[in-house]
Design a protein around this ligand. Structure first.
Ligand code: PAF
Length: 282
């Protein structure tokens, strides 16, 4: 199998994308921080259904980690990622250095409102989405893709990026792809590797309790009762909960009284030292 090419600079990325454009080929971008798992590969496959050419960016973005978070510890598995992407038949990896993305004097950050200020992840990671939006905005202008694929696993991120692309008139269609789950329902995540065996077993409570909670809401239970039960069940399973909330599926605003809107159930919590997030449609 031929080795998958890697562009390390914006210039090299643009040169390759221009060659494809000259042959009228459409381009899809899958932004990642590496440590790839089958969830990422499902994004590559979804991208291939949309466009002839697929670029996968691998960049552990320091701007989206708070000083207390795991930037230096974040798993870096480039050789394995490259091999997985070669098997998946991606066309190009864009793996810039921090200096390429944030050269000396870099001083611009995208400022966000709306879904980025929903009081979910942003309440616990106040600088996170500005860092995500800034790097994703840069990736969009560097690669100029027709499509960009994001996992629904990071649901608030998907909504933030969709809103940003719309608000800034970026000519890219942002597409969300369903969360890929292990056989016990646990959402695939680069952070699952930090879980001990007991914590990994306990994590199965997240999809189970979310499903039960969603069923109760659909069945007519009041949101507060269903969410209270859900939180209690997750605490019993060993989680310290940041949030278990039902929100408007599009804006992430608090649901209006009277119902009738599409809802999304979102969870974040810690087991041991590992923080996990998940969400499902109600
Ligand atoms: O979801 C991620 O892996 C990251 O937040 C992203 C979108 C690649 C931006 O760094």
């Amino acid at each position: 199998m031929a080795t998958l090419p890697v562009a390390r600079t914006v210039k090299a990325l643009r040169a390759e994308v221009s060659r494809w454009r000259a042959s009228d080929e459409r381009v899809a971008l899958v932004p990642t921080m590496g440590a790839l798992h089958p969830g990422h590969i499902s994004l590559v496959k979804a991208a291939q259904r949309k466009a002839k050419r697929v670029v996968v960016s691998i960049f552990v973005n320091p701007a989206q980690f708070a000083p207390t978070e795991d930037f230096s510890k974040y798993p870096r598995t480039f050789a394995n990622d490259r091999a997985m992407l070669a098997v998946a038949q991606a066309d190009l990896i864009f793996a810039p250095t921090v200096e390429e993305m944030y050269p000396e004097g870099f001083a611009t950050t995208i400022s966000l409102d709306g879904p980025a200020k929903a009081g979910l992840e942003d309440a616990f990671r106040p600088t996170h989405f500005a860092g995500v939006a800034t790097v994703v905005g840069k990736l969009f202008t560097q690669c100029a893709p027709d499509f960009a694929l994001f996992g629904e696993k990071d649901y608030q991120q998907l909504k933030v990026v969709t809103r940003m692309a719309r608000d800034l008139d970026l000519p890219v269609k942002v597409i969300g792809a369903p969360t890929v789950r292990e056989t016990d329902g646990v959402a695939m995540s680069s952070r699952n590797r930090y879980l001990s065996e007991t914590e990994r077993a306990a994590a199965a409570a997240i999809p189970r309790v979310m499903k039960e909670t969603a069923e109760q809401i659909r069945g007519g239970a009041s949101l507060s009762t269903a969410l209270k039960r859900g939180r209690a069940a997750l605490e019993k399973a060993g989680f310290s909960i940041d949030y278990l909330e039902a929100r408007n599926a599009d804006t992430l605003a608090q649901p209006k009284r009277g119902g009738g809107e599409k809802l999304r159930l979102l969870f974040a919590g810690k087991i041991g030292t590992t923080r996990l997030i998940d969400n499902i449609a109600v």
